[in-house]
Design a protein around this ligand. Structure first.
Ligand code: ADP
Length: 454
């Protein structure tokens, strides 16, 4: 039963008792003689009326107690919400529709650099820098229509004059019928977030600049390599022609000089081509020309091309082929380039012993080519590095063996484009094995890395 119903019941009871007492009084007045029978009845009725009053009084006491308990529960609940409001990490304000502050919590006071009590009764706009007040005011007028405005980013100025970025969430609440609406504000200092966003924006810009620089560098390299290649081909072509045509007219020394011009030219051309390839790979401008060809023929021809180099160092080169089907789909020039890189390294870094090229098919859809040498080998810790551009194992070795450190970087990227893998097993002083795994049929290309660490 509600307090209201109980109250009604109580006043009904008091009313009944009062009516009885009045009726009793009337009867006594109406009978001037002291009728003993009437007196007894009246006393009985008086007793009943008193009892009813007692009951009503007890009920009233109980009602009062439960009213007090309800009020105390309500008070502690209100206190709990007040604490939540006061101690919330974000600033909370309640203003009227015109932005006049009615309530504020500690965090809001702290953000705005004032004592908590100072805020109440002040217009919020005094914490908005002068130059943005007009815009703030205009937004304020739209708030009742909007209902809820989230993440409204504004600059606020604390009482000490410090500017900070704040995100405001404002809800317009209609108070009581007939009264205007009030606004509930949540204020959050987003200076740190803004600074982080600004940093990200700067990094993004820097990144764009760097990307542009890298693009320009690759473009320049590609252009220069192309410009260098054209005269180099003329030097090579004419020195070869001269060697052939003037063989009998020239002395031994002159022929030797011509040979050196030709060999150095070839070396230079290889370097230029490596730089050109690398810059194309960097810029993602290298495409594979896929075709079907006989892998055994390609391996044999490549080994024959490099046979004379191996011969000069008295190294034997063996080929082992175990392929049921020698046909593959790949870019034959690029696969030859990969094999030339691996074979010329094997010859370069081997002073005695032999080199073996193995070609087999682990599964019908895969082919594996291994180039094995008995050379100086590579430390385990260096293996990952040798695939990075311009990386060589050690400076002193480079002087002994020469090279640019581009061969394996190009090899790695080409094998990646062929959707293949390259693995290295090596022991210093005992030799190295570079193992390639390629799909038998290479499909479209993509510029990814192919190294698999062992
Ligand atoms: P370059 O041979 O022009 O220096 P590469 O990229 O082809 O560049 O090779 C990078 C480095 O990897 C070489 O300088 C060498 O230190 C090491 N390396 C490559 N192949 C072998 C090998 N077969 N045996 C020993 N070291 C090798």
């Amino acid at each position: 039963m509600s307090f209201h119903q109980k109250g009604e019941q109580f006043s009904q009871k008091v009313q009944t008792a009062r009516q009885r007492a009045a009726a009793l009084e009337q009867r006594i007045v109406d009978s001037p003689k002291q009728d003993p029978e009437l007196l007894a009845v009246s006393l009985e009725e008086l007793k009943t009326a008193l009892e009813e009053l007692h009951v009503a009084e007890e009920e009233l006491r109980q009602q009062n107690e439960s009213l007090l308990a309800a009020r105390s529960a309500l008070e502690s609940e209100r206190q709990r919400y007040q604490d939540l409001f006061d101690l919330a990490p974000d600033g909370y304000l309640v203003t009227d529709g015109a932005g006049m502050i009615r309530e504020a919590n500690q965090a809001a006071a702290q953000l705005l650099g004032v004592a908590h009590t100072y805020l109440v009764g002040k217009p919020l706009i005094i914490f908005v820098p002068e130059d943005t007040r007009r815009a703030f005011r205009s937004q304020l007028t739209h708030l009742p229509k909007l209902g809820l405005l989230q993440e409204w980013e504004v600059r606020l100025k604390s009482r000490q004059g410090n500017l900070f970025d704040a995100a405001l969430t404002v809800a317009s609440v209609r108070d009581k019928p007939g009264q205007g609406s009030s606004l509930r504000w949540m204020l959050r200092d987003i200076t740190a977030r803004k600074q982080a966003e600004e940093k990200i924006r700067c990094y993004h810009l820097q990144n764009l600049h760097l990307q542009e620089e890298v693009r320009l560098k690759s473009q320049f390299l590609a252009l220069m390599s192309h410009e260098l290649r054209t005269p180099m081909n003329a030097i090579l072509g004419f020195s070869q022609l001269l060697m052939r045509q003037a063989q009998h007219q020239l002395g031994h020394n002159q022929l030797h000089m011509l040979e050196r011009i030709f060999n150095s030219g070839k070396h230079l051309l290889k370097l230029i081509e490596d730089i050109l390839d690398f810059s194309k790979l960097e810029a993602g401008r290298l495409e594979l020309n896929l075709e079907e060809f006989n892998l055994v023929e390609l391996v044999t021809q490549t080994v024959e091309e490099l046979q004379s180099l191996a011969h000069q160092k008295q190294l034997e080169v063996h080929i082992h082929v175990c392929l049921d089907n020698p046909y593959v789909v790949n870019d034959s020039n690029r696969l030859r380039q990969v094999l030339v890189n691996l074979l010329s390294n094997a010859i370069k870094f081997t002073d005695s012993g032999s080199i073996t090229v193995d070609a087999c098919e682990p599964t019908p859809d895969q082919i594996a080519i291994a180039v094995k040498d008995t050379g100086i080998g590579i430390e385990q810790s260096e293996i990952k590095q040798i695939f990075q551009e311009f990386r060589q194992v050690s400076q002193s070795l480079t002087r002994t063996y020469g090279g640019t450190g581009l061969g394996l970087a190009i090899t790695d990227r080409l094998v990646g484009m062929m959707h293949g893998k390259i693995q290295v097993e090596s022991q210093p002083g005992e030799g190295s094995t570079f193992r390639l795994e390629l799909p038998r049929k290479v499909t479209s290309s993509s510029n990814t890395s192919a190294i698999v660490s062992k």
